[in-house]
Design a protein around this ligand. Structure first.
Ligand SMILES: [Zn+2]
Ligand SMILES: [Zn+2]
Length: 269
């Protein structure tokens, strides 16, 4: 058996230009490092995004494609995007709707536009029966409000979670999984580590959010983050919870497979 723990990177932007030169090699390197699957969200407002992810998903059965309009791009969101998502979902071309959400830290788009894009896309996720991938930055109460207002019960992933326990609890109650990124490894993330210690084991996920947020020890080196580095976040999360890395890997990979059944590569799901 393979001695490396079998992990899943639940969120990686392998569509980004940072990966133009070596996209497939990055995936192969991750698989070589024990990563069993990678979920890649494409953004419909960037023309090169979905084709890049679709090509990877076509080449690698355990690279899973998602699509949506990000909170940052909500100013460019139109109802046509909802139709495109419906078509992609019906064709089986995507496994999730996202990432979608609210970002009140950067506020790159007006908040009203962010809310409209989020609610429209949640409705499509519900209709298509696909999980939603949620981005939330300083916006926990409004994410909850949108989920409640849409009566959204399809669950999904709270990706790169940085909100408080009350937000996690409310959305766990509505069926969401909570995914932690390399931020968990940062020295100043003590409050987040407390939240991470409390999330039920059957709802935990790990991710890189590549090419951003490289975990310690890669952080600060100016280095591009990539899915192979997800093990560093898993190691910290395991330590917080008093688990071995292997047990944490098994739990998070099982959780991911519950949400997105993916082709078996190691026989343990
Ligand atoms: Zn995000
Ligand atoms: Zn992202």
């Amino acid at each position: 058996m393979n001695a490396t723990p079998r992990l899943v990177d639940s969120h990686a932007h392998l569509d980004m230009p940072e990966f133009d030169a070596d996209r497939a090699d990055v995936v192969r390197r991750a698989f070589g490092a024990g990563v069993a699957a990678i979920l890649c969200p494409a953004d419909l407002t960037r023309p090169a995004s979905l084709p890049a992810i679709a090509a990877l998903a076509g080449e690698f059965p355990t690279v899973l494609a998602a699509a949506g309009v990000h909170a940052h791009q909500a100013k460019d969101f139109t109802p046509d995007h909802l139709g495109e998502l419906e078509r992609l979902a019906a064709a089986g071309a995507i496994r999730a709707i996202g990432e979608i959400g609210l970002d009140y830290h950067y506020d790159f788009s007006p908040r009203q536009a962010q809310a409209e894009a989020l609610r429209g896309q949640l409705a499509v996720a519900a209709k298509a029966g696909l999980p939603a991938i949620i981005h939330s930055r300083l916006a926990g109460p409004d994410i909850i409000a949108a989920v409640v207002a849409e009566r959204y019960a399809g669950g999904g992933i709270l990706h790169c979670f940085t909100e408080d326990w009350a937000t996690a609890r409310a959305l766990l109650d509505r069926g969401f999984f909570v995914s932690f990124s390399g931020i968990l490894t940062f020295p100043k993330a003590g409050a987040l580590r407390e939240v991470a210690a409390r999330v039920p084991e059957d709802r935990l996920l790990v991710e890189t959010d590549s090419p951003y947020l490289a975990p310690v020890p890669y952080r600060g080196s100016g280095r591009r983050n990539e899915p192979a580095f997800v093990v560093e976040t898993a190691r910290v999360l395991a330590g917080l919870r008093g688990l071995s890395l292997e047990a944490l890997a098994e739990a998070t990979t099982r959780n991911f497979a519950a949400l997105f059944p993916f082709e078996k590569t190691g026989g343990q799901c």
